[in-house]
Structure formats: C-alpha cells, structure tokens
Design a protein around this ligand. Structure first.
Ligand code: NAP
Ligand code: HSE
Length: 440
C-alpha cells in the first residue's frame, strides 16, 4: 500500500467529530477505498480542554493553525470549523502552503468561493466541497459528474434540514416553534447561529452554489426573493393542510426563456408530491436535465454522521486523485456569459395570503377590491366563524379578529407586492400578513 495520507481537521464539533470518528473506527474500510491509510496528524479547536467523544491520537489537538500550515507532512486539511473568518484566512494559508482542502462550509464558499477557487487553481491544489450542500446527499457529485452530459434546466429542493425538521415538529407533533428550534440545535442540525437556517440564508447560499455549478452563473443573495420559516405560524400549516398542501422551505432555480428564475421561500406544495412528503431533517432535490429528464435525490441534510459521510467521500476522492481530475473541470470556471436573472416582480405563480381581519362589514370587500385592482384573481377563500365570546370573560364590545385566507390564481410577484403596499391602508387588518407562493 502507498504512503499514508496525513491530514489535519480544523474543527472537531458536530461534523469534524464525526469525520474523526469514522476515520478512527473504520480504518481498514477507508484505507481500502482510498488506496492508502488516512492518518489524523493534527486537529484544530478553540478550546483544548473541552471533553470530546473521540479518542484522538495523543498530542494532536492544537489551537495554533500554524502547526498545520507549517507541517510539510500534512497533505490535506478538512475544514469543519464553520463561519467566514478566520476560516477564509486559514484556507488561503493552507492552499498557499500546498495543501488540498475539503470543506463543509457553504457560508465560506458563498462569500469567498471565487477567491478560494482561484488561489487553489493557481497553486495546482483542489477544493472538495460535497458536504457544503445537503449534508449527506451527494448532490455536488451528481450535478458535476453524474449529470455532466446535461444542460440542467431546473433545480427544486428542500435544502435546509433544520427548517424542514422544525416545520415537521410543529405540524405533526404540535411542538411550539421555539421548542422545535432548540431541539434542532440539540441534535446538531442547526448552524452555530440558527438564524441562518430559519431566515432562508443557509438554503439560499446552498442554492447559489448549485446554481454556479449547474448554470455557470454566480448569483448574489440580493438578486432573488428569500424568506425563511421564522415568520410562519402553526395556523398557516393547518390552513395549507385544509387546502390540500404542505408548507416547505423550497429553493428553486430554473431556466425560463433564457433567464434564471430563483427563489427561496416557504411554499405550498400539493400533498402527495415528492417535496411535500418530506418530513424531519431530510433534504430532497429534484434536478431536471435535458438528456436525463428528472432525477430525485433524498437523504439526511444535516447531522453528524450524514455530513461526515460526504466529507469522507471527498477525502477519499482526494486520496485517490479523483478530486484533482474533476476540480479543474467544474463549471465555476465557465467562460460562458452569465445567465440573466428574472426580476422578482416578473416571477409568476399562485399565492396563499392570510390576513387577520376585524369581523365586520365591508372588510373582505376592501381587500378583494385592492387585490382585484392589482390584477389578482381569487381562486378560493376560507373564513371560519369567529368563536363565541366566553360568557364569563369575553368582552362583547370588542371586535373579534378572524383569519381570512385567500388562494389566488396565477399572478406576478410585482402585483402581489403592489397590493401588499396598498393593504397598509386597510384599518381592519391586523398583523401579521402572510404571503406564500404555491408550487404547481
Ligand atoms: P460546530 O459543532 O459548532 O463545530 C465547530 C468546531 O470548530 C468546534 O470544534 C470548534 O472548536 C471549532 N472552531 C470554531 N471556530 C474556531 C476557530 N476560530 N479556531 C479553531 N477552532 C474553531 O459546527 P458544525 O455543526 O460541525 O459545522 C461545521 C461546518 O460544517 C459549518 O460550516 C457548517 O455549515 C457545516 N455543516 C454542518 C452540518 C451539520 O449538520 N452540523 C451539515 C453540513 C455542513 P471547539 O470545539 O473548541 O469549540
Ligand atoms: N444547518 C444546515 C441544515 C446544516 O440544517 O440544513 C447542513 O448544511
């Protein structure tokens, strides 16, 4: 067998800990697949004294990245520390020192991928990043290798495991939102700052990585609509169910007459469809290609061992030399002109709207008038009777507030936004107003 491949792991948390564990517990299997032993020579953490559930070789834990950058024996660094700084600086130093890098860090790639890839290329090094999108689901390899003969025409996906887990816990277990977030953190699904998961940032960063690989176009997050699940209420999940839908944080990138339509938004998906029937921390990605048709991938989108599986696949690819062959061929080097992005106002879909309204005359007429004048046609309406006021505590003089749900026919996002601005003037409306697209 060849010389062992000596590696460093930067970050020994949820993912890094899983990677170390498999490397130590499955030495023979990994050596067999990689064609040589993979040895952990150094591990970088913030706090050496913290108790770890991985039995590392003595003396390998450090807080000083220079012990990794300056060690000529280390050929590959696995970056599983997360965050943008100092991860960017460390990865640049590692590449400049002649090391290949495996990373799970989509925030880093979104912010500095261009620079890191350029430096890697200039230095003849490789960056492998399967774990940066969809945890254990091999979507990067699928887009870059398995579907290489295709022009991909659309990607529609659930890409944030934490949000999907939270929505499932709220809907199926009746768990309050905050409790579901805390549970996702306990399981190690959420980012260090879970805001990135629940406000749609994490899914949007992953979508931009896929978009660059599939369409050769780098898109900033500001260029497309992005909304998270943090503004939803259980009532919306229940109304969606009554209408025959599930609510999913859907990430979409699709070619539409030479332009790229992109959005990350909580979306109503008809029950029975593959993306609707996905519960828990799973991710599911539908990719359409002009040669293959539609391909679906499903698996755990977050969590220790699922993500470690993707990191280790990259590490094995680097050990065998496969990654060094594929990295220079990625579409991130595309010299094609970028595909223009469809302006948000021109995106056309059906919408679910929920209003909290005072239950008094003419309120619905006012809302319908504003929607109608903005060219929005109504497909269905739900308003249940207000509950009877409690005989002992109810104040009959107070106007009851009831939810009013409207499903629209297809309309443009621009019309929805214009109507929304006008609805500010309706005094009978109480916050929040909820608006979600419908995936047909
Ligand atoms: P985590 O559990 O918070 O672990 C982070 C690790 O990095 C810890 O061991 C920490 O050291 C170390 N670290 C952080 N900043 C450091 C610094 N400045 N210097 C030295 N060490 C530092 O994070 P994680 O959940 O494993 O996520 C890591 C990366 O994987 C992120 O980029 C994330 O987006 C990505 N990812 C995570 C998942 C998942 O399910 N968790 C899935 C896919 C991708 P201490 O232990 O000493 O604090
Ligand atoms: N926090 C991310 C998620 C981890 O929940 O999907 C995987 O990138």
């Amino acid at each position: 067998m060849a010389e062992p491949l000596r590696i460093a792991i930067l970050g020994l948390g949820t993912v890094g800990g899983g990677v170390a564990r498999v490397l130590l517990e499955q030495r023979e299997r990994i050596a067999c697949r990689a064609g040589r032993r993979i040895e952990i020579r150094r591990v970088l953490v913030r706090e050496v004294g913290k108790s770890r559930d991985v039995d590392l070789p003595p003396g390998c834990v450090t807080t000083d990245v220079r012990e990794i950058v300056g060690d000529p024996e280390i050929a590959v660094a696995v970056e599983t520390m997360g965050g943008v700084d100092p991860a960017r600086r460390y990865v640049l130093d590692l590449l400049n020192a002649g090391k290949d890098v495996v990373t799970a860090n989509k925030a880093l790639l979104y912010a500095h991928g261009e620079e890191l890839f350029r430096v890697a290329r200039e230095r003849g090094r490789t960056i492998a990043f399967e774990a940066s999108v969809a945890g254990g689901v091999p979507v990067i390899a699928t887009v870059c290798q398995a579907l290489a003969a295709n022009q991909i025409t659309s990607i529609e996906a659930v890409l944030n495991g934490t949000s999907n887990f939270i929505l499932s816990e709220m809907f199926h277990q009746g768990r309050p939102y905050e409790q579901a977030v805390a549970l996702a953190q306990q399981h190690g699904y959420a980012e260090a700052d879970p805001t990135m998961d629940v406000d749609g940032t994490d899914a949007a960063q992953k979508l931009t990585i896929l978009t660059q690989l599939a369409f050769g176009t780098k898109v900033p997050l500001e260029a497309f609509p992005r909304q998270g699940i943090d503004t939803l209420e259980l009532a919306d999940l229940i109304f969606a169910d009554e209408l025959g839908y599930r609510v999913k944080l859907l990430a979409v990138a699709k070619l539409d007459h030479g332009r790229l339509e992109m959005h990350v938004q909580p979306t109503l998906v008809r029950r029975g469809r593959p993306l609707a029937e996905l519960d828990g921390v799973y991710n599911r990605i539908g990719i359409a290609g002009d040669v293959v048709g539609k391909v679906w991938l499903t698996g755990l989108g977050a969590g220790r061992m699922a993500t470690a599986s993707a990191v280790l696949a990259d590490l094995i690819d680097v050990a065998t030399g496969r990654a060094q062959l594929t990295f220079p061929r990625l579409d991130v080097w595309s010299e094609r002109p970028p595909i223009p992005i469809l302006p948000a106002d021109e995106i056309e879909r059906r919408y679910y709207l929920r209003f909290n309204v005072e239950d008094r005359p003419h309120v619905f007429a006012d809302i319908a008038d504003i929607l109608g004048r903005n060219g929005i046609s109504l497909a269905s309406i739900i308003q249940h009777e207000a509950p009877e006021p409690d005989e002992e505590t109810g104040d009959e003089s107070e106007q009851p507030i009831v939810p009013l749900v409207v499903m629209t026919h297809r309309t443009r996002e621009g019309s929805i936004r214009a109507a929304d601005a006008e609805l500010d003037s309706v005094s009978a409306l109480r916050p929040p107003r909820v608006c979600m697209p419908v995936a047909d």
